[in-house]
Design a protein around this ligand. Structure first.
Ligand code: SF4
Ligand code: SF4
Length: 339
């Protein structure tokens, strides 16, 4: 099918109409009656840049009009906040408007209410021989990967590849991917506010007698919550060993998931509210590009590559100059994750 693109230069009704136009142009790889999961991110509690539920409602309506039986889903996350367990995540979803009443379909936590509805699938790459993901990969007849294209504090940018990877991963798999991400403190910027210690889910970050935080890297699970939430940007990532490993692990997990779901999946990226950081952060984040519209395709790497081109490599690099985000593409080629 290649890439389908519909521009949208403003959020709100115009963007919702643009997405509807795009949906009307797509061929779908599902047959009538299919149970189709719409993978999306309903935003961390307090986040202001997530994609409003009106977009998801449009996708659900489109699938229903085609005779499908849709549902929307996400998985639980590593860090503290409003999505760490299924009950909290559903509450956060509802508070952002992602309800059955509004969307017209079920809202599902794909790794299960206890986080154990997961399955190991083959990978066979240098980091992972297998990856552990939500069992939904086997349970749904088809998928729509609906991703908010934006910057990301560890990946450089987050789009469809990240949504297929981190978005489907079990908490254990998320932890394995984050193992190379550790905080390092710039004391000159630190105001000793204690936020990093208060958000740390493992106790690895703690405030010391001199008022500064310290980080026990043996206990740290690399969730990056402290880095993300430090109000002074006093924390950077101390990459363990190989600074490209995080990108490669993202890609390996995405490829393993894609090998299972790729033939029955449509990919849509939203280039609206293009923020410097992901929708996992509370509060308002910097917007780094004007709205561009919606891009759809049949392969996550192709759709992400198109989005990078539209937003501009320089814009992504400027937002996170120390992150080798290009490795997502070169490593995808190396392991045959190609379109
Ligand atoms: S110290 Fe480690 S575990 Fe704690 S919030 Fe930071 S990255 Fe996460
Ligand atoms: S959140 Fe940032 S400014 Fe506050 S104590 Fe931690 S490192 Fe320092």
């Amino acid at each position: 099918m290649g890439i389908t693109y519909v521009p949208a230069e403003a959020t709100g009704r115009a963007a919702i109409d643009a997405l509807d136009t795009l949906l009307g142009m797509l061929d779908v790889p599902f047959s009538r009656g299919s149970r189709v999961g719409v993978k999306l991110h309903w935003g961390e509690r307090g986040n202001k840049s997530y994609l409003e539920p009106a977009y998801a409602r449009g996708i659900v309506r489109w699938l229903k009009d085609l005779g499908m039986d849709p549902f929307v889903f996400d998985t639980t996350v590593l860090y503290s906040g409003g999505r760490r367990n299924a009950a909290d995540s559903l509450e956060t979803a509802a508070s952002h408007g992602f309800t059955r009443d509004f969307l017209g379909c079920d809202v599902v936590i794909a790794d299960g209410m206890d986080g154990r509805n997961v399955v190991d699938i083959p990978a066979g790459y240098k980091h992972f021989k297998t990856v552990q993901v939500a069992s939904i990969v086997h349970e749904a007849d088809g998928f729509v990967i609906f991703s908010h294209f934006k910057g990301h504090l560890a990946a450089g940018f987050g789009g469809a590849v990240k949504n297929v990877s981190m978005g489907f991963a079990s908490r254990a798999q998320k932890q394995r991917m984050h193992a190379d991400v550790k905080p390092v403190l710039n004391q000159k910027r630190c105001t000793k506010c204690g936020v990093c210690a208060s958000v740390c889910p493992t106790g690895a970050a703690s405030m010391q007698g001199d008022g500064y935080p310290s980080y026990d890297l043996e206990v740290c699970i690399g969730c990056a919550q402290c880095i993300a939430q430090c109000p002074e940007v006093a924390l950077k990532i101390l990459w363990g060993g190989d600074h490209e490993a995080f990108q490669e692990k993202l890609v390996e997990t995405a490829k393993a998931v894609w090998d299972v779901i790729g033939r029955r999946t449509t990919v849509i990226n939203a280039l609206v509210k293009i923020s410097a950081e992901c929708d996992c952060l509370p509060g308002k984040v910097e917007i780094i590009s004007e709205d561009k519209g919606f891009v759809a395709g049949t392969h996550p790497v192709e759709v992400d590559a198109d989005c990078v081109r539209r937003v501009g490599e320089d814009v992504i690099t400027k937002a996170h100059s120390y992150l080798p985000w290009q490795r997502q593409f070169s490593y995808a080629r190396e392991i045959g994750f190609v379109y």
